[in-house]
Write a protein of this length. Structure first.
Length: 72
């Protein structure tokens, strides 16, 4: 899973899987869910992110995998 914030558009994309998205559904204003060919959720796109989520804090709790930081 990857969280990507794009300051130039103030959008946050939560990439849940490396599978390709083939369908998208807007579930509320500026929040789009992306699905793969089998209907599984693969990503979440949040426009106007600063007004919808707290970008100043990220808490990871008891994740079973490796945590990486890409400060690019």
């Amino acid at each position: 899973m990857k969280l990507n914030y794009y300051a130039e558009t103030d959008s946050l994309y939560i990439d849940l899987s490396e599978r390709a998205s083939i369908d998208s559904r807007e579930v509320s204003e500026g929040v789009v869910l992306d699905y793969d060919a089998t209907g599984k959720l693969v990503g979440i796109d949040i426009d106007n992110a600063k007004n919808k989520v707290d970008l100043g804090r990220l808490v990871l709790s008891k994740l079973p995998g490796k945590v990486e930081n890409d400060a690019a």
